[in-house]
Design a protein around this ligand. Sequence first.
Ligand SMILES: NC(=O)C1=CN([C@@H]2O[C@H](COP(=O)(O)OP(=O)(O)OC[C@H]3O[C@@H](n4cnc5c(N)ncnc54)[C@H](OP(=O)(O)O)[C@@H]3O)[C@@H](O)[C@H]2O)C=CC1
Ligand SMILES: CC(C)CCC[C@@H](C)[C@H]1CC[C@H]2C3=C(CC[C@]12C)[C@@]1(C)CCC(=O)C[C@@H]1CC3
Length: 327
Amino acid sequence: MERLVIVTGANSGIGLALCERLLTEDTGVHLCLACRNMQRAEAARSALQASHPGAHVDLLQLDVGSVQSVLTAAQELRARYSKVDFLYLNAGIMPNPQVDFKALFKGLFSRNVIHMFATAEGLLTQQDRVNSDGLQEVFTTNLFGHFLLIRELEPLLCQSDHTSSVIWTSSSNARRSAFSLEDIQHKEGKEPYSSSKYASDLLSLALNQHMNNQGLYSSVVCPGMVMTNLTYGILPPFFWTLIMPIMWLIRLFTNTFTITPFNGAEALHWLFLQKPQSLDPRSKYHSLTSGLGKNYTQPRKMDVDDLMSKTLYLDLIELEKEVRRDL
Ligand SMILES: NC(=O)C1=CN([C@@H]2O[C@H](COP(=O)(O)OP(=O)(O)OC[C@H]3O[C@@H](n4cnc5c(N)ncnc54)[C@H](OP(=O)(O)O)[C@@H]3O)[C@@H](O)[C@H]2O)C=CC1
Ligand SMILES: CC(C)CCC[C@@H](C)[C@H]1CC[C@H]2C3=C(CC[C@]12C)[C@@]1(C)CCC(=O)C[C@@H]1CC3
């Protein structure tokens, strides 16, 4: 039987590579590319269908950074489909990133150099802004819009006769110290990306605790450090080209430098092949690539606790009520 797979942010990078891999490596996949820009979505569908003639690929207009767009898209999905098997919550942004070159240089000569390259801890800040819903943009795009989508799609995700999986593209940059329950949108700090990714780790745990009994399972993935539009926004493209040999060299010391979107999609694809009941709700599934270029998936325990995750879940439900009231 065909399995319906929805991928947000499917028109480029890791999302597009995942779609390509699903069509190449699996049969009976019905894809729905949920993208904010329909021109880019069309281009992605054409590319997928050029390499997989006859592939079942639908498009959906979805801006996860806009409450109204999420509600409209969810309504459209409920009208189109009777169930969803996999929902990849992959769309994400890192606006106006700034690299702390002083910290980078210092880190190069410290014992933490591998950790620094794997997580970017202490290296990156971003400048966020408030969107037209009055919410922080990074929080809404990377977390809240996706949360709202899950809530809206419950009738398609939670059905007595089948299980469904929601899979978050989180990051090794997710860090507890960047997140605060007093400021879940990260209005105050300078690491909204790290905060939003840590929040997705917490939320995934809460979703499992609240919804496994309804057949919905949530997992978290880290794709590693991948060259995509997101990373090309951090340093100028010519600089990345210049340091590419160094990047391949770094891979000899840290398997988190997956570099290509194909490699980065490894854990996302691996999860497609697993029974959701067999997965660990407290682990993040990492795409890793060895120095010799071998791809594999490895679960690593997340730094999350039950009370924090439950509190965040309840805060998000409250926020959802507020935004619905304001519509
Ligand atoms: N690259 C890396 O090293 C890492 C990436 N990640 C995560 O991987 C995910 C995919 O990013 P990646 O492939 O790297 O980067 P890309 O920029 O290539 O892909 C991001 C995708 O998200 C879409 N998107 C952004 N904002 C919205 C929105 N408001 N509504 C709908 N779609 C949106 C983009 O669409 P559009 O083309 O319209 O901008 C694009 O399709 C992100 O969540 C990112 O945080 C995690 C760890 C490492
Ligand atoms: C390769 C080096 C000589 C110079 C690159 C330094 C930094 C720009 C990068 C080192 C670690 C990288 C990293 C990311 C972005 C680029 C680095 C900071 C991410 C934050 C990208 C998005 C993520 O979600 C996680 C990545 C962790 C590692």
